[in-house]
Design a protein around this ligand. Structure first.
Ligand SMILES: NC(=O)c1ccc[n+]([C@@H]2O[C@H](COP(=O)([O-])OP(=O)(O)OC[C@H]3O[C@@H](n4cnc5c(N)ncnc54)[C@H](OP(=O)(O)O)[C@@H]3O)[C@@H](O)[C@H]2O)c1
Length: 305
């Protein structure tokens, strides 16, 4: 069981005890959907944030909307932040904003390592710790499987030493699915991260997502909007009335609830740099999820657009 600095989110604790603890449970938290990380039972909200567009450098005017978006994310009960040293200055920008908020312990920070050689991976991870100003990393992932043969044993050592709580691997490329599957069969991983979207990125549901379920691995879903280009097409269309049956009132929620209703899904990490998008997307972290028949209806509807 990984060391946890957020004991109040452990799945094993009864809801009453969680409320009685008085820990960070605001009004917004109470109907926020959470799911358990299979390796530990720890609960995390089903909606996180991806930050591959947070690498804006030092310009205060560019940082301000990100600070607002992250502040809103926290207010709504969001905890999971996905970043990477490869996302330009994102880690440093996040480290500064989170430090200003005094909020590191409220967040579940996931970052990545992407080097071939063990010594380079060590340096890369130390750099992430420094920039994100963290003593312990919630989740360290091998980025696009690069150097996994060296990095997985290294991450495991850091986990044993208490510096990392969970380990995982990521991709968003179909060309890497076969290799991902092999690694998932060979290694004990806490998490995988994979692209899955109604917007024409559904192939991970063929083999990877069922395998994650079989292997007891938590799943972060990246690119739930297929990168976001789909919104211009959707703006020409009308949201079907039946979307309200599963508590959806926008296209973003339509796409997110499709991704999140896959039985393997633990948490979706849409990129969002605007507070209004954070507000909209949290609508997908509440209420009913589409069932199997409704999911098929969503696919048919989307494919006919
Ligand atoms: N191999 C890997 O490890 C890997 C690969 C790809 C991605 N990722 C992770 O996954 C995250 C998500 O991927 P992504 O950002 O490329 O794609 P995405 O989440 O599918 O789409 C993000 C785009 O959707 C827009 N958006 C968000 N909410 C919206 C809303 N409610 N209405 C309209 N537009 C909305 C965003 O706009 P704004 O920014 O303007 O809010 C952004 O342009 C990344 O940030 C990264 O953390 C990991």
């Amino acid at each position: 069981m990984p060391v946890s600095r957020r004991k109040f989110t452990l799945g094993g604790i009864a809801a009453g005890a969680v409320l009685a603890s008085g820990a960070r449970l605001g009004a917004a938290d109470q109907d926020l959907l959470k799911r358990a990380i299979p390796a530990s039972g720890e609960l995390i909200p089903v909606l996180g944030v991806g930050t591959n567009r947070y690498g804006v450098g030092d310009d205060a005017s560019l940082r301000e909307p990100l600070r607002a978006a992250l502040g809103r994310f926290r207010e709504l009960g969001g905890t999971v932040i996905d970043t990477a040293p490869g996302y330009r200055t994102s880690e440093r920008v996040l480290g500064d904003i989170i430090d200003d908020m005094g909020a590191l312990d409220d967040f579940f920070v996931a970052t990545k390592v992407d080097r071939e050689q063990r010594s380079d991976s060590e340096k890369r991870m130390e750099g992430s710790f420094r920039k994100l100003r963290m003593q312990q990393c919630d989740l360290m992932q091998v980025h696009n499987l690069r150097g996994w043969q060296e990095s997985i044993p290294l991450m495991r050592q850091w986990k044993d030493a208490g510096r990392i709580r969970y380990i995982g691997i990521t991709t968003s490329r179909e060309s890497q699915y076969e290799e991902m599957e092999k690694i998932m069969r060979a290694e004990d991983l806490d998490f995988i991260q994979i692209n899955y979207s109604l917007a024409n990125q559904r192939r991970s549901a063929d083999r990877i997502l069922p395998l994650a379920q079989d292997r007891g691995m938590a799943v972060l879903l990246n690119r739930p909007f297929g990168g976001g280009g789909v919104f211009s097409k959707l703006s020409q269309a009308t949201l079907p009335d039946w979307a309200a049956d599963f508590d959806v009132s926008s296209w973003a929620q339509f796409l997110l609830k499709y991704a999140l209703s896959h039985p393997a899904a633990t948490c979706a990490i849409p990129g969002m740099t605007k507070s209004r998008h954070v507000d909209d997307n949290f609508g997908a972290a509440r209420g009913r999820m589409p069932g199997a028949a409704e999911r098929r209806k969503q696919e048919a509807f989307f494919d006919a657009l």
